[in-house]
Design a protein around this ligand. Structure first.
Ligand SMILES: NC(=O)c1ccc[n+]([C@@H]2O[C@H](COP(=O)([O-])OP(=O)(O)OC[C@H]3O[C@@H](n4cnc5c(N)ncnc54)[C@H](O)[C@@H]3O)[C@@H](O)[C@H]2O)c1
Length: 270
């Protein structure tokens, strides 16, 4: 899809990947609506970038509908919806230890928000025979995020939903791109562009945004800003037991070298 003159909604746009993507898309001539539950930060990002900022808690279907109504009024019919909002709550101890509230938030933000956007937009997109969904999930959705079961499980579900979208509607003019980054220096994991300079495995939001644009312009389903993720996924598919042993070793190494296996440190040992 060519972004010029298209109306694009990006959720979770107050910072990180969403804000970096908005910046590139505005340069490409798209009309961008940035949405986030952090209203002050999204308004600030939108005025810096030169696009419109909207409040939206994507966990609530009614708020996605309200957002879409406002965007259609201000910018015209939505051509592309980027589901990018994400949360990362740390896991207190064992894999079942996160609260029901955390599990529910992960489920609503990472999965149901993607469903709500598709449910609201597909009828009109199918009618006109065009539309595009960019679903930002994670390498954790193809592999696993050590020490965060809720994040991993819901990102897997989001990968599956994007596959269903593409399989069911891809031949009816609906484009779908699934974005599965590994480590990216953003507020989500408490890292900055400065940290990314010191490590090849840690990308900046701008680098990830660039891969998304290249992938969507090529109508590519799977976008892997870290290409090595394809090798890890292949290893997992070929020898699942061996892959589990490798992940156990990685977790042990992280705990012994870094004292913990936190997301903000794991990029140092992969
Ligand atoms: N940073 C990484 O290492 C990494 C790796 C793989 C995937 N991702 C994914 O990339 C996406 C973007 O994250 P980021 O790294 O740019 O982090 P970020 O923290 O900069 O952006 C996430 C944004 O989502 C917003 N958000 C959270 N819950 C929301 C809700 N209910 N409604 C609306 N907005 C909400 C936050 O306010 C924040 O602005 C997420 O889906 C994340 O899971 C990030």
């Amino acid at each position: 899809m060519d972004f010029a003159d298209k109306t694009v909604v990006i959720t979770g746009g107050a910072s990180g990947i969403g804000a970096a993507l908005a910046e590139l898309l505005v340069e490409k001539g798209a009309r961008v609506a940035l949405a986030d539950r952090n209203i002050e930060a999204v308004q600030e990002a939108a005025s810096r970038i030169g696009c419109m900022g909207f409040y939206c808690d994507v966990a609530e279907e009614t708020q996605i509908l309200t957002l879409l109504g406002s965007v259609q009024k201000e910018l015209g019919e939505v051509d592309c919806f980027v589901s990018n909002a994400g949360v990362f709550d740390s896991q207190p101890s064992h894999v079942g230890s996160a609260s029901n509230e955390d599990w529910s938030r992960n489920w609503c933000v990472h999965v149901m928000a993607h469903v709500y956007a598709a449910r609201a937009l597909l009828p009109q997109m199918l009618k006109r025979g065009s539309g595009y969904f960019v679903n930002v999930t994670s390498a954790a959705g193809l592999l696993n995020q050590i020490e965060n079961a809720a994040y991993s499980a819901t990102k897997h579900a989001a990968v599956s939903f994007a596959e269903s979208l593409a399989i069911t509607h891809g031949d009816a003019g609906i484009g779908v791109s699934l974005v599965c980054p590994q480590y990216v220096a953003t507020p989500l994991i408490g890292l900055t562009d400065q940290d990314a300079k010191a490590s090849a495995g840690l990308l900046t939001s701008a680098q990830v945004a660039e891969s998304i644009v290249v992938g969507v312009e090529a109508n590519q389903f799977l976008i892997l800003p870290h290409p090595e993720v394809a090798n890890f996924a292949q290893r997992r598919a070929q020898d699942h037991d061996g892959w589990i042993s490798g992940m156990q070793r990685m977790r042990k190494t992280a705990v012994s070298k870094l004292g913990r296996a936190s997301i903000a440190d794991l990029y140092k040992i992969i």
